[in-house]
Design a protein around this ligand. Structure first.
Ligand code: GLU
Length: 295
């Protein structure tokens, strides 16, 4: 990895206008989840009628919690559908738990959450620690810059530029590392942030040059306004998996069945159109993505 670290002060500008719960992330270790080591999540949810679902809380369009009740977004709606299908019960009580990128693996491993729907790309590194259902959608990494930035028009222009490194996220590696979990292997300068809402605040405050991550995430932020442009130069496939504790293949098979049904009954398209129907350059998938296998 050819990376130079670049430290900048946090820019508060823009954080409020984004209206986001940027400070969350949660502390690991609590035991709100209903799963235990011996039982699959699908059995537990059927028995207890409760489940703890990890989602993002700071990403508009995907998982955003404004504090007025439960989080809202594409991932949240997908989670509700899948939970209803695997439990066979529309009245299961869902406890929503903020799962920032850096918390997803630890929260699954220590039982803080039962299941994760959080813009969670299936990667080779993560497969060693997590069992992934799905993918339920395939996003593509793209890049957002300030509206007046003329010198960055394509992803490879990010060489030498300041890009955001959201903690626990894989997106910066797609720029700075080679495959399998990287892609472009460019020498960019990393500016740390705790999540993508902080990345976007830093972009608007001129503390970095680009936020490069999944097109769905960028579309959600762009829809909130601000002086940004998205390059429209996608360069990866981000297979969004349903995160489960490593080894819970029974639940994995159940969620895959639910995802298949979600596509065949038209719900996947409905949910996509609800959240991204107006986003430029994005269109609803027409078929269920090929599953990765429940390893
Ligand atoms: N999908 C990418 C990942 O899982 C970026 C978004 C995120 O971190 O949630 O790393």
């Amino acid at each position: 990895m050819r990376v130079r670290r670049f430290s900048v002060a946090f820019a508060a500008a823009g954080a409020l206008t984004l209206g986001l719960a940027a400070c969350g992330g949660g502390g690991g270790g609590d035991t709100g989840a209903t799963a235990d080591k011996a039982t699959s999540v699908v059995d537990k949810v059927k028995n207890t009628k409760r489940i703890v679902v990890g989602t993002k809380w700071d990403q508009p369009g995907l998982g955003l919690n404004t504090g007025a009740g439960e989080p809202q977004g594409f991932d949240v709606d997908i989670a509700k559908y899948v939970v209803k299908e695997i439990s066979g019960d529309p009245n299961v009580q869902i406890e929503w738990k903020e799962s920032a990128s850096s918390n997803r693996e630890p929260f699954l491993a220590n039982g803080t959450v039962d299941i994760v729907f959080a813009t969670y790309s299936i990667t080779e590194e993560r497969k060693a620690k997590v069992t992934f259902g799905g993918p339920y959608i395939v996003a593509h990494q793209d890049t957002m810059v300030r509206g007046d930035a003329a010198e960055i028009t394509k992803a490879t222009d990010l060489a030498g530029k300041r890009i955001c490194q959201a903690a626990g996220s894989n997106s910066y590696k797609r720029i700075t590392d080679p495959p399998p979990d990287g892609k472009l292997d460019l020498d960019a300068k990393l500016v740390g942030a705790s999540n993508y809402s902080e990345c976007v605040s830093k972009l608007s405050g001129n503390n970095l040059d680009a936020v490069t991550t999944d097109d769905l995430i960028l579309a959600g932020f762009a829809a909130q306004g601000g002086n940004f442009k998205i390059l429209g130069d996608p360069f990866t496939d981000e297979k969004y998996g349903i995160g489960l504790k490593k080894g819970d293949t029974k639940t994995c098979e159940a969620v895959n069945k639910a995802v298949t049904k979600m596509y065949s009954d038209g719900t996947a398209k409905q949910i996509f159109d609800k959240w991204f129907g107006k986003a430029q350059g994005l269109s609803a998938p027409t078929a269920v993505p090929p599953f990765e296998g429940c390893a």
